[in-house]
Design a protein around this ligand. Structure first.
Ligand code: BGC
Length: 500
């Protein structure tokens, strides 16, 4: 595993010598807007904790704190063969996961299908039809000629869903740019199953899983110290294991208070009433112009979908300010195109190893057809650093809030997503912010990692979803049926999970 060593990201502050006054002034203004000091991080974290608690108490709280009915960690001895489906933003992935009886080991075969962009704003029928087609193709290819009655499926559906049962889920709202009519407020499982049935695809949905829950469970499969699963990708969110007695909104179900219950926090929604997050004018534009204004406030400041757009809006604004000279006299039509820059663009700027920022210059030219001077490049680099650093520091508030709420002074956090895995310095900046929020003394953890440490997760939407399906069938077989809609149907499918 890769820990978050104490290596500091390089600073380029010394190279501002030749930057003219108007750009210096703008850089200072941007620093003022985007830097989040430790005190502010602590204030955000404190408000976060009370919002996590409110979500456990109230239906329809800002942070939903969805009970997922995933009610135990794996013990490493789960066995059987399961399908896993991951409906992500860019791709759809279908896996067949075979959990071996060797603790923590598994085999996986998988196929990836492109998720057509227009599907995200199309109709519900098109969406479920496409998903079912991919599954049909996968089974047709990998099980050609076999007579299959039903394969159990863990379906990773990475959007906020309320679940009364593990095998259903009512979509609360679309996030991450999805905007398909007629799905919000409804159970997503019946239309999905209907599309499978129409095509004669022999699958029984066993568990509807959030990517964060999958990440937590998959990571815990190989590391018993894992307590939180996080995604820092197109969207952002976390899951952790609560005990039923600490979830007042489930009190009417009279569950054993000591039973564990995985909570999908959906904390991308944090502070959607704008009480504490230091929003800039650019964050306000992003929110207003998104398909779902006033939702996912936290996510819109830190997730991969938005980082490039924040950057674009700042540059556009600077170009339009009379007392700031940047890209003067150039055609800025490409810069005017919303969402034309992704977080990979920002990452590439931050990764430019050359003192003269020649790679950044080339990027600006090829992607935006803009010629840049050295001082402009200095501003661009600093802006990318500010946006990336703010994202990492704010991200730490969510993790710190869960740890503080649960009273965990040490734990491992499994993290996944494109920003966590690919954005330069994200991990180190996040670790630094955790240290500031949680007030670790300088020498604490020296040589053995930080008390709360983030690690790249195991494959949550493949192995994690399969494990959650396996844990659900295990529960049914011993008569622990809480949160399972049709235990008899599940029992029937349990036998297909085992390899003959
Ligand atoms: C979704 C979450 C998901 C997160 C990371 C958010 O937009 O609401 O369900 O876990 O993205 O993928």
């Amino acid at each position: 595993m890769v820990g978050l060593g104490a290596k500091k990201p390089p600073s380029r502050r010394g190279s501002m010598a030749d930057v003219p006054q108007d750009l210096i002034k703008q850089i200072e203004r941007l620093e003022e807007l985007f830097l989040v000091p430790a005190e502010k991080l602590k204030e955000i974290t404190d408000h976060f904790i009370s919002e996590l608690e409110r979500g456990l108490r109230e239906e329809n709280a800002t942070i939903p704190m969805n009970a997922t009915w995933c009610m135990e960690f794996p013990d490493g001895h789960e066995t059987g063969t399961f399908l896993a489906l991951d409906m992500g933003g860019t791709n759809m992935r279908v896996c067949e996961v075979t959990l071996s009886d060797q603790a923590g080991e598994f085999d996986i075969i998988q196929s990836k299908y492109r998720m057509p962009e227009d599907l995200k704003t199309g109709t519900a029928d098109e969406l479920w039809g496409y998903v079912a087609d991919c599954l049909q193709q996968f089974i047709g290819y990998h099980h050609e000629g076999e007579k299959i009655e039903a394969l159990p499926l863990g379906f990773t559906f990475s959007y906020p869903a309320t679940q009364e049962y593990i095998d259903h889920g009512i979509l609360q709202r679309w996030t991450k740019g999805f905007d398909i009519d007629g799905v919000e407020g409804k159970d997503v499982v019946p239309p999905f199953e209907a599309a499978l049935k129409e095509r004669g695809v022999p699958i029984k949905l066993t568990a509807l899983v959030n990517d964060t829950t999958g990440t937590m469970i998959a990571s815990a499969y190989t590391d018993p110290l894992m307590k939180i699963g996080c995604i820092f990708g197109t969207g952002c969110n976390a899951a952790y294991m609560e005990n039923c007695g600490s979830i007042p909104k489930l009190a009417h179900m009279n569950l054993d208070p000591n039973l564990p219950m995985a909570i999908n926090c959906e904390y991308g929604a944090f502070d959607s009433e704008h009480k504490v997050l230091p929003r800039t004018p650019y964050d306000i534009i992003i929110d207003k112009e998104s398909p779902r204004p006033d939702q996912q406030a936290f996510e819109k400041m830190i997730a991969g979908l938005y980082l490039g757009e924040i950057f674009r809006l700042v540059l556009l604004d600077l170009n339009q300010q009379a007392d700031c000279n940047i890209f003067d006299g150039q055609d800025i039509s490409k810069l005017k195109k919303p969402y034309s820059l992704d977080s990979g663009f920002l990452a590439a700027i931050e990764e430019d190893p050359f003192e003269n920022l020649s790679e950044t210059q080339e990027l600006m030219q090829t992607k935006l057809s803009l010629k840049t001077t050295k001082p402009e490049l200095e501003l661009i680099r600093r802006l990318a650093e500010l946006i990336g650093t703010r994202a990492a520091r704010l991200s730490a508030c969510g993790v710190a809030a869960i740890c503080k709420k649960k009273g965990w002074s040490t734990c491992h956090v499994g993290a996944d997503g494109s920003v966590f895995n690919k954005y330069p310095h994200f991990k180190v900046r996040g670790a630094q912010a955790l240290k500031e929020i949680l007030d670790w003394p300088e020498n604490k953890g020296k040589g053995k990692g930080d008390p709360v440490e983030m690690f790249p997760a195991e494959d949550g939407s493949g192995v994690g979803a399969a494990l959650i399906a396996a844990l659900t069938l295990k529960r049914v077989m011993v008569g622990q049926n809480a949160g399972i809609r049709d235990p008899e149907a599940m029992k029937a499918v349990a036998k297909f999970a085992k390899k003959a």
